[in-house]
Design a protein. Structure first.
Length: 488
């Protein structure tokens, strides 16, 4: 499909006035295309040759609309740091419409598009720094097999935007199958719009929840909660296994279909630290890395409360009780794969826990250790692994390896088959904050080559890419805890 042939539909905006407000974007005066994502072009069925079409600068800045587009600011609410806030919504973003491709419907969402009725005290803009971080994060998690929103393109400008400092403005077109958040349901519940709430439940069920057709309103709401609980459990298990900290898991930042959503002060772990807090505004550690499964469950409870007008409390409770076993099972499966274990044993959780304790005690780089372990063949001394661990923990490493060797022996594991499988599970390239900062600093000077290089690496993070070894090394000590804020 050529870019000129893209035509958008509007299933969400057509739901009615209860769900938001039609409004036109406020375009940049002199937009410039920074990057277009070939992988997302393919996802949408757009010809890859269109990546360099100069029209992207206009489309990605709101200066020109796709055929059929009717921009729409979505209204929602949410719990932020545990406190309900009714005054939320698309304060700087607009739902442009939807593309249908190969039986799937993809929503296009223009972020940084200017003031809306829900901007509150904001300016409706986004800055280049945060836009680049969101663009890269979607590719990083997608490359690791974790569901995420993605972005089609980034457009920059010279227009100043004030945050902690004056920065360059930017926009991106975010792509997801749905932009509906937990907070959409909370808004309709707390404002007593029961008919609209049931309408939204029905819309999501029709699109995503198998076998929900013909169910009563209560049956659909129960099916939706079970669906979202399962998808959220799978999502957070992936985050924990791959060392991803979201940073601001408010209910308005939780996707009803279980995508990673609304990237702000996120981070991938460098040294393994379960207490790691990536958001410098999170003074209590509510959203610390190890707290994420519990916070997701808290958010699911908030969603369940929003459905309590149509579902019995006992049924809601039964739905939520499935969450922890689902997280445990999904996390265990991912960790067995990272350890190269083809079968399941009851004691595997102890083997995994002992390794994580070792990594925590030693302050060892999480991703690099697992990548190195992927090439382990039972040799003694395990020189490559010992180089990852400080000498003070070498005896602890040796003890763990004895248990690991015994576990591999029980399933007659062959290193010749195990190692390639682990190398396709444990990434060489992750989106470290110091790498993102390198890209940001170059882009602010007009150099977009580092951005495109890192994007490609994150889209195939398990491949060697020997010409790009410098992108795979651990950060210097001074770059391990770059302060991150929600401002964008």
């Amino acid at each position: 499909m050529k870019l000129s042939e893209v035509t958008l539909s509007h299933h969400y905006a057509d739901l009615g006035d209860a769900f938001g407000t039609p409004i036109e974007p406020t375009p940049f005066r002199h937009p410039r295309l920074i990057d277009t994502n070939p992988a997302v072009l393919s996802l949408l069925g757009i010809d890859p040759e269109e990546a360099t079409n100069p029209a992207w600068a206009q489309l990605g800045s709101g200066a020109r609309l796709f055929k059929g587009s009717r921009p729409f600011a979505m209204k929602y609410a949410g719990h932020q740091f545990g406190v309900y806030n009714p005054d939320l919504g698309d304060g700087r973003a607009l739902l442009l419409g939807e593309i249908e491709q190969a039986g799937r419907r993809w929503e296009l969402h223009l972020k940084g598009a200017g003031l809306t009725p829900y901007s509150r005290f904001g300016d409706g803009r986004a800055v280049l720094r945060s836009t680049l971080r969101e663009y890269l994060a979607g590719e990083a998690l997608s490359g690791l097999g974790i569901r995420s929103t993605r972005a089609l393109c980034i457009v920059g400008s010279d227009e100043p935007v004030t945050r902690e400092r004056i920065e360059q403005g930017a926009m991106l077109i975010r792509v997801a199958e749905s932009h509906v958040r937990f907070g959409h349901f909370e808004y309709l519940f707390y404002t007593k719009q029961l008919q609209a709430l049931q309408q939204l439940i029905g819309e999501i069920c029709r699109r995503f929840v198998a076998d929900s057709e013909g169910l009563s309103a209560g049956g659909q709401a129960e099916a939706l909660l079970r669906f979202t609980t399962r998808r959220s459990a799978e999502l957070v298990a992936g985050w924990q296994a791959e060392g991803f900290a979201h940073g601001v898991l408010n209910t308005d930042n939780m996707s009803i279909i279980g995508d990673t959503f609304d990237y702000g002060p996120y981070a991938f772990l460098d040294d393994y630290d379960p207490a790691y807090i990536c958001n410098h505004s999170d003074h209590t550690g509510r959203y610390a890395f190890a707290q994420q499964p519990g916070v997701v469950l808290w958010n699911l409870n908030a969603l369940a409360h929003a459905l309590s007008g149509v579902v019995e409390v006992d049924t809601l409770r039964d739905c939520l009780e499935q969450f922890q076993p689902m997280v445990t099972d999904a996390y265990a499966a991912r960790m067995r794969a990272k350890l190269g274990l083809a079968t399941e044993e009851e004691s595997d959780h102890k083997l995994c826990a002992a390794l994580l304790q070792l990594l925590q005690h030693s302050g060892t780089d999480y991703a690099l250790f697992f990548r190195t372990l992927s090439r382990y063949r039972g040799e003694r001394p395990a020189s490559a692994l010992r180089e990852r661990i400080p000498p003070a923990q070498h005896s602890e490493l040796a003890q763990w390896l004895e248990h690991y060797d015994s576990r591999l022996a029980r399933e007659n594991s062959d290193a010749g088959r195990r190692s390639p499988a682990m190398l396709e599970t444990n990434p060489k390239y992750i989106l470290r904050n110091y790498l993102a900062q390198k890209v940001i600093e170059a882009a602010e000077k007009g150099d977009y080559h580092p951005l495109r290089t890192l994007r490609r690496l994150l889209q195939s993070p398990f491949e060697e890419h020997p010409q790009h070894e410098a992108w795979a090394i651990a950060p210097p000590e001074s770059a391990k805890r770059i302060p991150l804020s929600c401002s964008s």
